[in-house]
Design a protein around this ligand. Structure first.
Ligand code: BES
Ligand code: MN
Ligand code: MN
Length: 452
C-alpha cells in the first residue's frame, strides 16, 4: 500500500520538489532574502496540504522557521522533524553541467543545488507525512521545524529552540541531512563533528609595495601566512596547536574495529576524487580520520594580485579562512581560543595577525540502544533488506548538540544522501531512488516508533 502510494505519486512528488529547488534560497547572500522567504512559504503551503493542522512561518532576527504539526493523540509518541530549506551558494557556476536552480534528472539523479542538502531530503519527510495522513497510517504526533539558516550557523534557530521548549516537546528528533554508505549497505549516522571556524589576517607593510624595489627586504604577508598555516600540522598529520587533542575522546580497540568494519573501497574513493593518494593523521584509517578525529583545514586564502597577467606586487596583507572539525569532548569556544592564542604566538615580529571567530558548533554522538534508533534500524532493514551500519559522519549539524542540551532529546540521523552527491559543490545531485526509498523508510520508522 505504501510502495504503491509512492509509485503512483512519484511524478507529482518530484515536480513539487523541482518547484522548490527552483527557488534559490541561498542563506549566505542577502541578495536572496526574498527567495529564502519564498522557499519558506512554499514549504508551509505543502505542509498544510499534506495534512498539518497548524502551520506557522515563525519570524526570527534572520530567516523564518517553518513550523507545522499534527497532533492526533496526546498519548502517542511525538516525533520532531528537523531540516533546512536554505542552500549553499552555487558558485562556481561555470562548473555546473546544468544550471543549479533548474533541476533536471540525469541518470536517475536529480541535479540541483539543494537536491540532497537539504531540500530533497527534507521533502521526503513532507511526502512521507502526506502518505501517512492520506492512508490513515499515523501512529505518532508529528512536529516539523524546518529552518532557513543551517548553512550559516543556525544562530536564530538556537534562540527559537530555547524560547519554545514547550511547543517543541517531543520524544525524539528525526533528521535526514546526512549520508548513507550505499543502497546495498545502508547506514545510520551516529555521530557528527563540531566546528570552529575562524578568519585570519596577516598584515605587513602599510601599503602594497613594488616587489622589485622592496622584495627580499620586507616580509611578504602571503609567504608568512602560508608558512604559518603549514606549521599547523606536523609530519604525522597531527594538528600542532598546544592542547588541541587534550579533550579528544580516544576510542577503544573494539570501538575502532567496529568503525572499520564498514565497507570502504580505497581504490574507488581515490578514483572518484581524482587523487593519486590519500593523506591524513598517521595511524588512523580514512573512516576514522573523518569520523572520530579532529581536523584543521584552510577553506580559502587570498591576498595580493589575482587579476589577469602579472603584477609585481608585494602585498600589504593576506587572509585565510580556517575550519577545525571537532569530536567529542572538544568544546568549540575552547578550541577557537587555543587557535587564536597559538596563531598569535607563532606570528613573527615583522607582521601583525588578527583572528576573527566566524562560527562554531559542538560535536554530537547519538545512542544506538534507544527505541528510536531501533525503530530506524528496523525501518532500514525492512526497506533495504540489511541491518544498517552505525556510522560517524564527518560533517556538522551543530543544532543536534543543542537539541540534546536544551530539549534533552536524542536525534536519529536517517540520511539518504551519498558522500559522492557533491553537496556544497557544483553538480550537487540526489538519487531518485534515494528519494523514494527514503520516503518509504521514513514511513516504516513511524510504524516501528509509533503507538502499536
Ligand atoms: N548536511 C550538512 C552536514 C552533513 C553533510 C553532515 C554530510 C553529514 C554528512 C549541513 O548542511 C552542513 O553543510 N553543515 C555545515 C556546518 C554549518 C555550521 C555551516 C558543515 O558541515 O560544513
Ligand atoms: Mn544540510
Ligand atoms: Mn550543507
Amino acid at each position: 500500500m505504501i510502495k504503491e502510494y509512492i509509485l503512483n505519486n512519484k511524478d507529482r512528488f518530484l515536480s513539487e520538489l523541482f518547484e522548490w529547488l527552483r527557488i534559490p534560497s541561498i542563506s549566505a547572500d542577502k541578495k536572496y532574502k526574498n527567495d529564502v522567504r519564498k522557499a519558506a512559504e512554499f514549504l508551509a503551503d505543502k505542509l498544510k496540504t499534506a495534512g498539518a493542522d497548524k502551520v506557522e512561518i515563525c519570524e526570527t532576527a534572520g530567516n523564518p522557521i517553518v513550523y507545522g504539526e499534527k497532533i492526533i493523540d496526546a498519548s502517542f509518541p511525538t516525533v520532531l522533524v528537523y531540516g533546512h530549506y536554505d542552500v549553499q551558494p552555487a558558485d562556481p557556476l561555470e562548473l555546473w553541467t546544468s544550471p543549479p536552480f533548474e533541476p533536471v534528472i540525469k541518470d536517475e539523479k536529480i541535479y540541483a543545488r539543494g537536491s540532497c542538502d537539504d531540500k530533497g531530503q527534507a521533502y521526503m519527510h513532507v511526502k512521507a507525512f502526506e502518505a501517512m495522513t492520506k492512508l490513515n497510517l499515523l501512529t505518532c504526533n508529528i512536529k516539523f521545524m524546518i529552518e532557513g539558516e543551517e548553512e550559516v550557523g543556525s544562530d536564530n534557530l538556537g534562540i527559537f529552540v530555547t524560547n519554545n521548549k514547550q511547543k517543541l516537546r517531543a520524544d525524539v528528533i528525526l533528521i535526514s541531512d546526512t549520508a548513507m554508505i550505499s543502497l546495498e549497505n545502508p547506514s545510520i549516522t551516529t555521530g557528527l563533528r563540531g566546528l570552529s571556524y575562524v578568519e585570519v589576517e596577516v598584515k605587513g607593510p602599510n601599503r602594497d609595495l613594488h616587489s622589485g624595489v622592496y622584495g627580499g627586504a620586507v616580509a611578504n604577508p602571503i609567504n608568512v601566512l602560508c608558512s604559518m598555516i603549514a606549521s599547523l600540522h606536523d609530519k604525522d598529520g597531527r594538528v600542532t596547536i598546544p592542547g588541541f587533542y587534550d579533550k579528544v575522546a580516544e576510542l577503544n580497540v573494539s570501538e575502532r574495529t567496529a568503525i572499520n568494519k564498514a565497507p570502504f573501497d580505497l581504490t574507488a574513493y581515490k578514483e572518484e576524487l581524482g587523487i593519486k593518494d590519500i593523506k591524513g593523521e598517521k595511524n588512523y584509517s580514512t573512516l576514522e580520520r573523518t569520523g572520530i578525529r579532529p581536523t584543521l583545514d584552510a577553506n580559502g586564502i587570498w591576498g595580493g594580485y589575482i587579476g589577469e597577467g602579472a603584477k609585481t606586487v608585494l602585498p600589504s596583507k593576506a587572509s585565510a579562512k580556517i575550519s577545525m572539525r571537532l569530536v567529542p569532548n572538544q568544546v568549540s569556544s575552547e578550541i577557537t581560543e587555543l587557535f587564536t592564542k597559538h596563531f598569535a604566538s607563532i606570528a613573527p615580529d615583522y607582521v601583525t595577525v588578527k583572528v576573527s571567530p566566524l562560527h562554531g558548533g559542538e560535536p554530537a554522538v547519538t545512542p544506538t540502544d534507544s527505541s528510536s534508533y531501533k525503530a530506524a534500524s528496523k525501518a532500514f532493514e525492512e526497506v533495504f533488506g540489511k541491518t544498517p551500519i552505525p556510522m560517524r559522519d564527518g560533517g556538522s549539524i551543530p543544532i543536534v548538540a543543542l537539541f540534546k542540551k536544551e530539549l534533552n532529546l536524542d536525534t536519529v540521523l536517517m540520511g539518504f544522501g551519498f558522500d559522492t552527491d557533491a553537496i556544497h559543490s557544483p553538480n550537487e545531485h540526489f538519487g531518485v531512488k534515494n528519494f523514494t526509498l527514503g520516503i518509504e523508510t521514513i514511513i516504516c520508522f513511524y510504524k516501528h516508533f509509533g503507538k502499536k
